[in-house]
Design a protein around this ligand. Structure first.
Ligand SMILES: [Zn+2]
Length: 265
């Protein structure tokens, strides 16, 4: 019940923002335009959820018209381009990682199928940026390239993009070859749900990415759900069961329920 009470005002906020933000937000930020505009034109990103036929409104009694959410494509939220260094050496290291772990010979992220939500376990955007910027072996697995995620959502709702979604980032073992990563500043999912601005921004970003890239709702997952993903693959045996505890199934069920209110069409 608490979920419904939460999701409904969120939906209203999402829709009101969508209706007013199109002209102002339609121009990508510097750098982010290259990151987002080339990977999949909106017309080409046909979401699987859009295959069901639209109702013929003229034949449906007025009272039976679908809610506005069913024909709403979420607008692009405001995204601040806060790039971390991702030059030739890092691309080389990412491609080498992709070869070791996935048998791929590229650092390019092509046709992503999954969005992974994370908790940054960090107090501020700056601390997250400082962690991801250096191309050094990570402390946990000791591999190159340095860990990163594509986006970071601050507590006040500010959204940063650190890496083009045309490039892989190391954020989720087994899924980096096909997953966009979104970090949330803070230490627990409860804090995200409690902070309306952060949750609203996270949902707007995820909805926009999901619809734009044609990613189905069930493939918006939490890091802790990574091993259940049908897209999970890992060639290094010792890492095949490796995951983290952020955004477990119960929290993601709540998140996806809110996200489901914004449909792609
Ligand atoms: Zn994580």
């Amino acid at each position: 019940m608490r979920l419904l009470a939460l999701a409904t005002p969120l939906l209203a906020l999402l829709l009101s923002a969508t209706a007013s933000a199109v002209p102002a937000d339609s121009a990508p930020p510097p750098g982010a335009s290259a990151a987002t505009a080339r990977s999949a034109p909106a017309s080409a990103a046909a979401p699987r959820s859009a295959v069901s036929p639209r109702p013929v409104l003229a034949l449906v009694p007025r009272v039976a018209s679908p809610p506005a959410t069913e024909s709403t494509v979420p607008a692009r939220p405001t995204i601040h381009w806060s790039a971390i260094p991702y030059g030739e050496a890092r691309r080389h290291d990412m491609a080498a990682y992709a070869r070791r772990h996935y048998g791929l010979r590229t650092s390019a992220l092509r046709d992503p199928k999954v969005i992974v939500e994370h908790m940054a376990q960090a107090p501020s955007f700056r601390s997250v940026w400082n962690t991801f910027a250096p191309n050094v072996p990570d402390g946990e697995l000791g591999e190159l390239p340095g860990a990163c995620s594509h986006f970071v959502v601050e507590r006040d709702g500010r959204i940063h993009q650190l890496v083009s979604i045309l490039r892989m980032c190391r954020h989720t073992v087994g899924l980096n070859w096909t997953a966009i990563g979104i970090e949330h500043v803070g230490y627990g999912e409860g804090g995200v749900f409690a902070g309306r601005r952060q949750l609203r921004a996270s949902l707007r970003l995820t909805a926009w990415l999901r619809c734009r890239e044609g990613i189905v709702l069930r493939d918006v997952i939490g890091h802790n759900e990574s091993l259940r993903s049908p897209y999970h693959r890992e060639r290094v045996a010792r890492l095949r069961r490796q995951t983290h505890d952020d955004w477990p199934r119960a929290q993601m069920a709540r998140y996806r329920a809110a996200l489901a209110r914004v449909r792609c069409s």
